[in-house]
Design a protein around this ligand. Structure first.
Ligand SMILES: Cc1cc2nc3c(=O)[nH]c(=O)nc-3n(C[C@H](O)[C@H](O)[C@H](O)COP(=O)(O)OP(=O)(O)OC[C@H]3O[C@@H](n4cnc5c(N)ncnc54)[C@H](O)[C@@H]3O)c2cc1C
Length: 337
């Protein structure tokens, strides 16, 4: 196994802060994964798997091995009149994979166009956007279980997917995902429930959308709404949308009639965290080298931070002020190291 010593993590994550990894390696194949874990056990060092680094904040140097996932490849396992089953390497770029499916006419993932990251990270927080979650297309996940040192295959049910969570997010660092199997539809039902999608299609004069035009509409919406990480370092939505009961929502509505909430079951509602943050006056606010994005309060951006600690402390202040005003405890969606 080839490792490098005292490597700056700056090029490997979107906030591009300057923390170091004691050791760094790249994983190209399954054996590299088991070798890396064995090496960490022998050296008594912690490990961290990195995809494209779009959902992490480093607040200090990492005192162990950072292993960058680069197991690639897209393999067709099966095809019927209605479905295609693909096995995809964890290191494949997520958006490239979605575009590949869209070009082939295989539907299911088009609403997740332009989400940054790797295929292997997609099941971890069950990535989602515009009414679709990746779990809807995942059949199976292959992973190395670092506790038992065994290779395992987990069915969709075993992955225990939920809103921005899964078995992999809960059992932090236990599983290293190397491949994901997806089931895609050859006669897909397009999902266009979101007003923003309908508005964009209308604006573009598209009356009969297909996979390609839907994907393009979503790319355009996201480009307008979210900061380009190459210009302003960020990790997308920094916080999860909090979930409250119907009674809690009704109490909040008495005091804050404009609060934005979406029903997710008979008794639970998702509150727009961006609305809460904006109502506390954070939208567009800048402190030192960190700020709350001017077009979307849920996104924390870097104006040239040196340490992720600055981002972390800024997020603490937001959590504190939302808790004071609304008695709601925001949870971070990003992974803090
Ligand atoms: C501009 C922007 C927009 C975004 N929009 C969305 C959105 O709409 N919806 C959404 O859900 N997310 C969104 N995100 C968040 C991000 O894109 C996803 O979380 C993505 O899946 C992270 O992929 P990554 O490869 O960059 O993971 P990393 O940031 O590299 O890693 C994230 C976590 O997963 C772990 N990990 C990564 N790969 C593996 C693996 N193979 N095995 C085990 N553990 C692993 C890491 O250790 C870390 O804890 C956005 C981010 C940005 C910057």
């Amino acid at each position: 196994m080839h490792t490098e010593h005292n490597i700056s993590l700056q090029p490997f994550h979107f906030f591009a802060s300057e923390e170091l990894a004691s050791y760094f390696t790249v994983l190209h194949k399954n054996e590299d994964v088991s070798d890396a874990i064995e090496w960490c056990h022998q050296q008594n060092l912690p490990f961290l798997i990195l995809g494209s680094g779009s959902n992490v904040v480093f607040t200090k140097n990492f005192p162990g091995l950072v292993a960058k996932m680069e197991i690639n490849g897209i393999k067709k396992l099966n095809e019927s009149a209605t479905e295609v089953i693909l096995e995809v390497g964890a290191g494949e770029n997520w958006h490239h994979f979605v575009s590949y499916c869209v070009q082939k006419g295989w539907g299911g993932l088009e609403n997740l166009s332009l989400i940054p990251g790797t295929v292997g990270a997609s099941p971890i927080q069950n990535i989602g956007a515009y009414g679709v979650e990746v779990q809807e297309c995942i059949q199976q996940v292959t992973a190395f279980d670092t506790t038992t040192q065994q290779w395992i295959q987990l069915s969709n049910k075993e992955c225990n997917f939920g809103y921005r969570t899964s078995l992999f997010k809960v059992a932090v660092k236990r599983y290293i995902i190397t491949h994901v199997q997806f089931v895609l539809q050859k006669q897909p039902q397009l999902k266009m429930d979101y007003g923003a999608i309908r508005d964009m299609l209308h604006e573009k004069g598209i009356k009969h959308p297909n996979l390609e035009s839907l994907s393009q509409a979503i790319i355009q919406i996201r480009t307008q709404k979210l900061p380009d990480p190459k210009i302003l370092g960020n990790a997308g939505s920094f916080f999860k949308n909090p979930i409250v009961s119907k009674t809690q929502l009704e109490q909040l509505q008495q005091q804050f009639p404009n609060i934005i909430a979406y029903p997710i079951s008979d008794d639970s509602y998702k509150i727009a965290a961006g609305w809460l943050i904006e109502a506390c006056g954070w939208k567009g606010m800048k402190k030192g080298n960190v700020g709350c994005y001017e077009k979307q309060a849920l996104v924390i951006v870097s104006y040239g931070i040196r340490s992720g600690r600055e981002v972390y402390e800024f997020s603490e202040e937001i959590i504190h002020s939302v808790a004071q005003k609304f008695k709601i405890q925001l949870e971070r969606e990003v992974n803090i190291y």
